[in-house]
Write a protein that binds this ligand. Sequence first.
Ligand code: GLA
Length: 388
Amino acid sequence: MHAQKFEELAKTPPMGWNSWNTFGTDISEDLVKGIADKFVELGLKDAGYEYIVLDDGWMTRERDENGNLVADPEKFPSGMKALVDYVHSKGLKFGLYNCAGGTTCAGYPGSRGHQYQDARLYASWGVDFLKYDWCDTDELNANESYLTMRDALYKAGRPVLFSICEWGDNEPWKWAKDVGQMWRITGDIINCWECQIGHGSWFSSGIWPIIEMRMNTNIREIAGPGHWNDYDMMEVGNGMTDAEDRSHFAMWSILTSPLMMGNDLRSMSKETTKTLTNKEVIAINQDALGIPGLRFSNENKLEIWVKPLENDGWAVTFVNRNDTPVELDFDWNKHPIGDDVSQHFMESDKNTFEVRDLFNHKNLGTTKKNLKATIGVHDVLMVKLSKK
Ligand code: GLA
């Protein structure tokens, strides 16, 4: 049997929740159960979220005498298998984290030298998703390291979505298409709009620095059904304004990033729930063509991004990066929206589209008239254009 990646996974960007942004290594079975319950109760499952992923810190500091990883018995007294069963019983899928290096980024045992053994353990627990990090890797070759783990997962026989996390350092968009279903393109996200915060040898980035970091690299040409650029777990609900959260969610959607929530679902506000469960915005992210959006313009700090959709539709986001509201008066006929890469062109002189506001759930008329709106500070107007 020739090893390969599991091909049928992630035809649209993966959706789920990951523990890291809010909880770091402070995770437990009660937390996971609480999150799984909220997936169902709050309509997140119904909106399409599927994976619950435990990030770094789920294991003990040492492997056991047979070299196996051990779920920390204090954090997971019932054991990992029972927890995976609980998540599966809710109709959801379960993910774990490890690392290609000798240790994980938080200093727990990594998979280096144990890839096949670890893959068999995950399969025996019923794990559906593996996030695989890149700390403590010295001289390792990234492409080869991720291929080894991919092959190990394949040989273990249980379909596992493979999430590559090497921060874009080794240009995964050039080699990861046949290795995993998603790959991080940047270092870690942080819950701010424009900031970058240094931590010595690395830095974390807010929403716009993350979006812009690889803009001059041809990453959008590569992503598509089965393999996605990962802009990192979301910070929606983690302290930015509701407007910033909406814009963040709209951008992750139009960029076809995986939508991995990173907040505490057990205590989120009504407004956060409303943003995260917005099915009209999620439908843009999950559009079957899987074409990542592109920047149309950012004149006067009004970010206009467009994305071709199936049935000749388009999604368009107008995000206000200014610290004052802007008045939008957009003439579709004067703006030739198109995508040279996927060869989709709106041709507004020949075609008319219905315009639908995806956050206010309202029809706004057609592209025959100008789109007029006031867009608040750091807020977004996101519309879908459907051809008449
Ligand atoms: C790295 C990753 C993060 C997270 C931590 C865990 O920084 O990029 O997403 O997984 O490690 O230690």
